[in-house]
Design a protein around this ligand. Structure first.
Ligand code: B12
Length: 372
């Protein structure tokens, strides 16, 4: 078991469904992955053959979008076949259903695409392995149809009243208004990390929901993130760190994870607690991360992971660190959206601890003995 600290976000309704499914061994997973391109091509062709009028009107871009969606299905299916838990795939299907529905794109073929992918793998793989893949797809389909209308929003820490105005300012691109909100909170004595957790994080979560519901644009989401990051920097400049504690932490988003703001909050918390912080930001290649750890020899490493298919990168980093440091490997804490949602998977990754927010990470750092 990994150590945990703090309270997990309240589970969504899909958490009630923790159905397990059979898994593939390493070679089976490799065979499943090797067939991805063929599976996507076969099922895309089948959609165009069976529904020519419906699909042809979208032209080549429609075909590309269809293939891309199928590729995503298989990306999310991978961790299901590795860890034996349907939930990540079901969550993804519910999310996709919401995104497509909000953009007026019919979703009735989503279930069909899963059936046809299942039929492809049942044909293309050896009988037993094909049956595992087809059963996972059928199970995910059934659970998705049951859960699709349930609200799915991730829970953020309690939202302070300032979060509403902050969200408005971020979406409007009103840097000055956002800074004034930060300033007001700091002046009344709130700490930066609390402001980040109770004002900025809920504002960003809500912006994510609005993007999902097609109420804000991709550009607005980017704008909001960029202002949020600069608010955090402004807050850091006016906050007073504790005296240096001679401890160091290396923080990185694993390969493929571009969600870096949450990890930046973790970085700020360690910085203000007097730690020496190396914050590497988004999408850090596994080899580069391990090489940097070998050079800088931190006492603690924090990894951020957003999606289930990035969990393999966490395992690869931990394996690489173990190869490099042996018994002296620094402690590893994992966090991020995927961990918040599937904390039980954290136990399977080989990490020493997982948690939900920066304050909890600091407490865990102490428990892990990263106190030299
Ligand atoms: C901004 C944003 C982006 C930006 C990120 C830019 C950046 N510099 O970070 C960009 C545009 C890159 C982006 C891309 C994508 N995004 Co996005 N994004 C968001 C958004 C709106 C905010 C993210 C954020 O900063 N949240 C605030 C931070 C503070 O929260 P947090 O990450 O959870 O971090 C906290 C904890 O998790 C924890 N924590 C995090 N890391 C760690 C690490 C350690 C060690 C510890 C201890 C703790 C810890 O502490 C943090 C503070 O409390 C979210 C909405 C949301 N719910 O978060 C969507 C969201 C996460 N994105 C989503 C999606 C789908 C995508 C894309 C796939 C979109 C696409 N089609 O391309 C890509 C995937 C990118 C990738 N490969 O990673 C979905 C995910 C859906 C799902 N079911 O999981 C969300 C939820 C939006 C939505 N509602 O649909 N995104």
């Amino acid at each position: 078991m990994t150590a945990t600290q703090g309270h997990p976000p309240a589970p969504g309704p899909v958490d009630a469904m923790s159905e397990r499914t059979a898994v593939l061994d390493r070679d089976g997973l490799a065979r499943f992955q090797a067939l991805r391109g063929d599976a996507v091509a076969a099922v895309t062709d089948r959609f165009y053959e069976e529904y020519p009028a419906l699909y042809s009107r979208f032209g080549p871009a429609g075909r590309r979008a269809c293939s891309q969606d199928l590729t995503f299905h298989l990306e999310f299916l991978g961790p299901v076949l590795e860890y034996g838990l349907l939930m990540p795939m079901v969550d993804y299907l519910c999310w996709l259903d919401g995104v497509l529905g909000a953009r007026g794109i019919p979703t009735e073929h989503l279930g069909l695409s899963l059936d046809w992918l299942g039929a492809f793998y049942a044909r293309a793989m050896a009988q037993e392995e094909g049956a595992v893949v087809a059963a996972a797809l059928a199970g995910a389909r059934q659970a998705y149809l049951l859960a699709r209308h349930e609200p799915q929003a991730p829970k953020s820490p309690p939202r302070w009243p300032e979060a509403d105005a902050c969200e408005d300012a971020l979406l409007a691109g009103d840097h000055a208004a956002a800074l004034a909100i930060l300033q007001g909170c700091l002046e009344r004595g709130d700490g930066l990390i609390d402001i980040e957790l109770h004002v900025i994080q809920p504002a960003l979560y809500s912006i994510g929901e609005k993007w999902q519901a097609n109420q804000v644009s991709v550009a607005q989401e980017h704008l909001a993130t960029s202002i949020a990051t600069s608010l955090m920097t402004a807050g850091l400049l006016t906050s007073h760190p504790r005296a240096p504690v001679e401890r160091s932490v290396l923080l990185a988003c694993v390969e493929g994870n571009n969600h870096a703001v949450g990890l930046r909050m973790v970085a700020d918390a360690f910085q203000l607690a007097g730690w020496r912080v190396h914050y590497l930001g988004a999408d850090v290649p596994t080899r580069a991360l391990i090489a940097h750890a070998a050079d800088s020899k931190p006492q603690l490493i924090g990894l951020s992971v957003s999606f289930p298919h990035q969990l393999a990168a966490v395992t690869a980093v931990i394996q690489g660190l173990t190869d490099c440091f042996g018994a002296a490997r620094p402690g590893v804490i994992v966090g991020g959206l995927a961990i918040n949602r599937y904390s039980h998977l954290a136990d399977m990754l080989g990490a020493d601890a997982h948690c939900w927010d920066p304050a909890a990470a600091l407490v865990l750092a102490g428990k892990l003995g990263a106190t030299a």
